[in-house]
Ligand binder design. Sequence first.
Ligand code: G6P
Ligand code: MG
Length: 219
Amino acid sequence: MKAVIFDLDGVITDTAEYHYLAWKSLADELNLPFDKEFNEKLKGVSRMESLELILSLGDTAYSDEEKKALAEKKNDLYKEMIAKVTPADLLPGIEALLKELQEAGIGTALASASKNAPFILDRLGVTHYFNHVVDVNLIKQGKPDPEIFLTGAAKLGVLPEECVGIEDAEAGIESILSAGMYAVGVGTPAQMQKADLIVSSTAELSLSLLKENFKQKTK
Ligand code: G6P
Ligand code: MG
């Protein structure tokens, strides 16, 4: 195991809830029946793709310009919410794990579909633990495509099979697995069915747990 590549929302911090609240406010305004269950489908999915999914709950057609404005409205609200993020919003066990990885000389990268990820890492005070933050503006295919995790590995100069990926979304686990990496899922066994290792909370994550369970994938 030479590197660990992290998702952000739902793994490092719980901004997933803020995404939900911001989309919910927009959906309410548009009279769309958006709820928590539907929100699960949006985890790990890009802003514009999320908007398309939400708009598919109704039958109004919107122009590209209108869609852009709606996405911006959601993002403005989301940005207001994340401006209040502090290091206290780190999920349990995450800073300890990042420290252990740094001390052990194991590479770390962030593979988040969020354009707000660098800002959130700064607010959390953990930017310095990451050897690389994948620039999502350069990623052509969103999760479940492996591109974002493969880019993380390439930037760290390691092979995909030497990496562990940590995710809380089904699309994210698929992205890790199709990259040929070892997939750790944070969530319930039902949600994380395909993961190689499942933890119910980030508090369970540690360098020793990853090392003990890690198995190199054979191509
Ligand atoms: C993450 C979240 C998604 C979000 C996406 C884009 O993958 O899980 O819910 O839609 O990032 O985030 P952004 O901050 O760029 O709108
Ligand atoms: Mg996530």
